[in-house]
Design a protein around this ligand. Structure first.
Ligand code: HEM
Length: 532
């Protein structure tokens, strides 16, 4: 994978598997044996039985039996593409080096290869791409200093602000463990007890919860990160991707129309745009704050249920990204890609955002299970630079990190004899001072309703009407105590918001559920027939 794009490993320095057959299209086993008959199992007589020494059959079918790896516990359905990031060398009008020493941002015009995976969140690998859900927007930058992953969503906030709540949040949104049916009562049962979710609920049940496709949506790092400069000074940072294609969302009705005819419209849209040379682009912006608690704000800068208002914290452009190459193989690249919030380079750092810290454990943990202990040796995940560790072994080890070293016997450090050595540079280490009691507590400035109310008021009429209609529809399937609790929350965001949901539900109560009715009618109409 020396040119950085091949996933087959062809032409890689250690790969000689294909040299003999390179020009040939002869079918072989994985042992390299040419296959003379791929149509018939080897049997005793042409009516069987089969024999157990049939290596060709057993290799083929037993590999097929293992074609799947566990799907991602969330974000299982995705689409990916390769491209590059080009830095402006500046943040707004200032040199970027004033705030970060990360090399990926230095030297205007420098290009860094990237791989991006877009996704839906809650449903399985082949679920419709029209469903109401946040969309994942994960970018792997193969920088000269090693990989940097910016694992974001299309929306700028999230449902919860403490990572310990994530498994419960996901369980409430996934199907019932007994019936395997996804149910809005489970979702709003959890959400009605989670007031910090109101901002995200308001966005998700509006047309912003169904982006029209992956090319016409924004991206956001959501969590708060840091930048660190050469002097070891840090600032707080939020990242945002803005699509040059514009932003387009769907009302529920528009999404239903697409879903009737196409389950894959977003993957198809991305793939076909790149094939015809219509390469999608996004500009990367950051918002910046000094690295402190900001008691003057009515929200906590480390709270991922809040946006940082644009007027106070302007979006500063830092570069652009172009996606210009489709994957050669979906499984090898898109399915096996592994992104994580812990994957940062020097000059980029974590903040104390509790969600970010919880996420940082979760991603690489799940990937060691989902893809395997050596997931970082796969071409899609490996950095496009020299790797030299003393890690070894594990299932499916593909290459030895110390191979090519002067003394490959020394797989430990420190050593007088040889082996790998630590890196030395002149940059000042970033050493924040942290002090406090160990506690289990929520943050002080929760302010759960104000920004949700702002979002409601800022929507245009189509967005607001669709939000109310979608919430009424979802809540109509819930117990009345859950409905009442939600109306109370909406009213705290904005009186009109609460009133409209309440009135919608009252109106709905007097009608049978149209959706259920339509499904029953369709089932009754189904074509009955005799047995064959
Ligand atoms: C995927 C955990 C919150 C964005 C995943 C995966 C896990 C996970 C386990 C599957 C990864 C894999 O199998 O490779 C968590 C936890 C969270 C959290 C524990 C909260 C504490 C968020 C938030 C965002 C986000 C707030 C958005 C900023 C993503 C994306 C993916 C993902 C984009 C898909 C990555 C890909 O395309 O492979 N998350 N997540 N997650 N998560 Fe989260």
């Amino acid at each position: 994978h020396d040119d950085g794009t091949s996933v087959t490993g062809k032409g890689g320095p250690k790969d000689n598997r294909l040299t003999e057959n390179e020009a040939s299209n002869t079918l072989t086993t994985r042992q390299g044996h040419p296959i003379k008959n791929n149509q018939s199992t080897r049997t005793v007589g042409n009516r069987g039985p089969a024999t157990l020494e049939n290596y060709q059959f057993i290799e083929k079918v037993s590999h097929f039996d293992r074609e799947r790896i566990p799907e991602r516990v969330v974000h299982a359905r995705g689409a990916g593409a390769h491209g590059y990031f080009e830095t402006y060398g500046k943040v707004g009008d200032e040199p970027v080096s004033k705030y970060t020493r990360a090399k990926v941002f230095q030297d205007a015009g420098k290009k860094t290869p990237v791989f991006v995976r877009f996704s839906t969140v809650m449903h399985g690998n082949h679920s419709p791409e029209t469903l109401r859900d946040p969309r994942g927007f994960a970018v792997k930058f193969y920088t000269e200093e090693g990989n940097w992953d910016l694992v974001g969503n299309n929306l700028k906030v999230f449902f919860i602000r403490d990572a310990i709540k994530f498994p419960d949040f996901v369980h409430a949104f996934k199907p019932d463990p007994v019936t395997n049916i996804q149910d809005s009562e489970r979702q709003f049962d959890f959400l009605s007890n989670t007031p910090e979710a109101l901002h995200m609920i308001t966005l998700t049940w509006s047309p912003w919860g169904i982006p029209a496709n992956y090319r016409q949506m924004q991206g956001s790092g959501v969590n708060t990160y840091k930048w660190v400069n050469k002097e070891g000074k840090a600032v707080l940072i939020k990242y945002h991707w803005e699509p040059k294609q514009g932003i387009k969302n769907l009302t529920q009705k528009e999404a239903d129309e697409i879903q009737k005819v196409n389950f894959n419209h977003a993957t198809q849209d991305l793939y076909e745009a790149i094939e015809r040379g219509d390469y999608p682009e996004w500009e990367l912006y950051v918002q910046m704050m000094s690295d402190d608690e900001h008691p003057e704000l009515n929200f906590d800068p480390l709270d991922d249920t809040k946006i940082w208002p644009k007027e106070q914290f302007p979006w500063l452009p830092v570069g652009k990204m172009v996606l210009n190459k489709n994957p050669e193989n979906y499984f090898a690249e898109v399915e096996q890609a592994a992104f994580g919030t812990g994957v940062l380079v020097d000059g980029l750092d974590f903040s104390d955002d509790k969600m970010l810290q919880g996420r940082t454990f979760s991603y690489s943990d799940t990937q060691r299970y989902r893809v395997g202990a050596n997931y970082l040796q796969l071409p899609i995940n490996a950095p496009k630079k020299h790797v030299a560790t003393n890690q070894q072994g594990g299932m499916m080890e593909y290459e030895v990190d110390t191979s090519g070293q002067e003394n490959p016997h020394i797989n430990y450090e420190p050593s007088n004899i040889g082996g790998l050595k630590e890196y030395a540079d002149d940059d000042k280490a970033y050493t924040p001072h942290i002090e406090g009691n160990l506690v289990r507590e929520t943050i002080d400035r929760e302010n759960n309703y104000e920004q949700a109310g702002n979002a409601y008021r800022e929507f245009d009429d189509v967005e607001r009407d669709d939000l109310i209609s979608n919430l009424v529809n979802a809540l109509s399937h819930c117990r009345s105590d859950i409905q009442e609790k939600m109306i109370e929350h909406f009213t705290k965001c904005d009186e009109d918001y609460g009133r409209r949901v309440k009135e919608g539900l009252e109106k709905h109560k007097n009608m049978t559920s149209k959706g259920d009715q339509a499904v029953k009618e369709a089932e009754q109409k189904g074509h009955k027939t005799d047995s064959y």
